[in-house]
Design a protein around this ligand. Structure first.
Ligand code: UDP
Ligand code: MG
Length: 319
């Protein structure tokens, strides 16, 4: 029989938190009013995470897991979890206990009221560096202004989704997955639930600056064409400035009686400025073209090394 709820948790080098995570999550699972499965995705961890996951699976038949053949990244891990989850309602949360599992019953309550997506919105972040808070704050606001769809600010992947929504997400073929954006794009009845983001239970942040930046660029490029237009606007602006300057030069030469024109420094600055604008524009083009290339290659999103606990065989062979 298919479970009512699926909890999807991506795990990357979380050996210090897994047991505590399981303790807190299973307490919540016991409180839920239906059958629950816990889908753990091991995203190529290099520590003891997989061993601990196997142990939990041995003890508790509600626990199933996938293990990737290497690290594919958080968004892909969540995607795989959504592919395999069988529940009528699917809840995604982080493994580090920054997303309190105790919020799940409240989310379920909202779902009962008829919402198909209930996302958790951070009202506060505890013990995260000022740099992370500042960059996250700015990024979410820029994205909100640029994106074609309304992507709510300060929401992560912690959310509850109805089966209908998960099916739509699963049917989306795109490789560069910015799940919180796709989730907003899908539509349906959505609502937020506020929470204070706890500090990590243990261990270091698994999102390096590089990974966070890649995620941010992905969010913008996947949901907005404004950067592409930006180079057109800057180009037009430079053209206008160039025309004004040309007119000024003609005026100085013929009407103001200046026989020599100086301004070597200004010239060099202008050359560098235009050079910079062109390079940035090419870079922006490159971002989009790179994405087209990724999509067109059509490689699978992830490779699985191990799958356990899903008795539905067809699902396993589908990937
Ligand atoms: N994670 C993952 N693969 C990665 C990086 C992170 O599956 O390559 C998982 C990680 O184990 C955690 C979640 O994604 O469950 C969020 O990671 P983290 O707490 O480091 O990020 P942040 O709190 O900054 O969002
Ligand atoms: Mg975290």
């Amino acid at each position: 029989m298919l479970p009512q709820y699926s909890l999807v948790i991506p795990i990357y080098n979380e050996q210090e938190t897994i047991l505590e995570l399981y303790r807190r999550v299973s307490a919540v699972m016991d409180r839920l009013d239906g059958t629950v499965e816990l889908v753990l995705i091991n995203d190529g961890s290099r520590d003891q995470s997989l061993k601990l996951i196997r142990e939990i699976h041995q003890q508790d038949q509600r626990v199933c897991y996938l293990s990737f053949a290497r690290n594919f990244g958080h968004q892909i891990a969540v995607t795989a979890g959504l592919n395999f989850a069988r529940g009528q309602t699917v809840i995604v949360l982080d493994a580090d206990l920054q997303d309190p599992p105790e919020l799940i019953p409240d989310m379920v309550e909202k779902w009962r009221q008829g919402y198909q997506v209930v996302y958790a919105q951070r009202t506060q972040r505890h013990k995260e560096t000022w740099f992370k808070r500042f960059t996250a704050y700015t990024f979410y606001r820029i994205l909100k202004n640029l994106a074609d769809v309304e992507i709510p600010t300060d929401t992560g992947d912690f959310c509850l989704m109805d089966r209908q929504v998960v099916d739509v997400l699963n049917s989306m073929p795109e490789r560069n997955r910015y799940i919180r954006g796709l989730r907003a794009w899908v539509g349906f009845q959505q609502t937020a639930i506020g929470f204070e983001r706890d500090p990590r239970f243990a261990g270091d942040v698994k999102y390096s600056f590089h990974k966070s930046l890649a995620l941010a660029v992905n969010g913008i490029v996947s949901f907005s064409k404004v950067p592409l237009r930006l180079s057109t606007y800057i180009g037009l602006l430079s053209a206008v400035i160039a025309i004004i300057m040309a007119l000024l030069v003609i005026y100085w030469r013929f009407f103001a009686g200046s026989s020599t024109l100086t301004g070597y420094a200004a010239l060099i600055v202008a050359v560098f400025f235009i050079g910079a604008v062109q390079l940035v524009s090419i870079g922006i083009l490159g971002e989009y073209i790179g994405r087209i290339y990724e999509e067109i290659k059509g490689r699978p999103l992830y490779t699985l090394a191990e799958v356990a606990g899903f008795d539905n065989k067809s699902q396993q062979s589908a990937i």
